[in-house]
Design a protein around this ligand. Sequence first.
Ligand code: NAD
Length: 311
Amino acid sequence: MRFKYVAGKYSCVTQTQTQLIDGTEVAASIRSDLISSVNRITNTGTTPQLATVLMNDDPASQTYVSMKHDDCEEVGIETRDITIDPEAPAAELFDTVDELNTDPSIHGILVQMPLPDHVDEREVLRRIDPKKDVDGFHPENVGRLVAGQPRYKPCTPHGIQKLLIAADIETEGADAVVIGRSNIVGKPMANLLIQKADAGNATVTLCHSRTNDLASKTREADIVIAAAGVPEMIDGDMLSAGTVVIDVGINRVETETGSELVGDVEFESAAEKADAITPVPGGVGPMTRAMLLWNTVKATAITTDVSVELP
Ligand code: NAD
């Protein structure tokens, strides 16, 4: 098979080529454009600032937060790093969120999940000022998205939309199958795909762990978006020729020599069938990170009434 790397503009491919949709490159281009947006805001006397709140000891979560800080630094967004003892009472987290909500120098708030068992995640999400909710998980922002008036789109499905646009994938009238119904990926992804908007106007089937005969659904699809968290569960036999495959899954699996990251899609066999496919790593992951920056810049514009163009 032959791959054609895709980022931003590119030429048509023949049927014998499979486009490798390169999220690393598209995300880099978005970050580069965001630098101009941040500069324009900074020139008005405001520097965008994201507050991250970490209340767990999980090394992976610590790494995610530190990567988010590095990304912010690259585009000129300041960060405030708040850590709370996982044993502390929930009230300490609530008080922190309340303070960040009213602090005018903070434009976006991100509470890193998961939280300790004694803290109700839903209560935390409801507590964040919806105008500073850069994850887009507050019920008000979820409702706005469903109603077709999105304020902040959750970063992963938003990033996938940007990838589909960058890769010139036609979604209008397409049959899209989304696998996974989580609040952070599957549900908002399905909602975005049905909107009357760019990277929308698709006919969506939302599949999940209780779906019967998943393969019969994926074989009918023009676009398959896999977000189940099950290593390599989608293979080429489950796809028709010409499908666009977006692999959201990030799964660490044991190998003879240690471990490796794989997606929810068995890449080799799927790429044989697909017209276009995202790799893991280097597909959706970098886009998720870039869209957090995008939402933070938007949050700065919203909370300070500065108008700014976003890429
Ligand atoms: P989740 O566990 O919250 O949801 C998984 C969903 O998949 C559930 O709705 C479940 O019904 C469905 N599912 C599970 N097994 C299934 C099966 N056999 N058939 C059909 N549906 C099935 O997970 P999530 O948070 O939505 O994340 C999904 C995957 O995406 C994980 O691998 C996660 O690491 C990854 N992820 C990646 C990014 C990124 O930036 N690339 C971002 C978020 C999540």
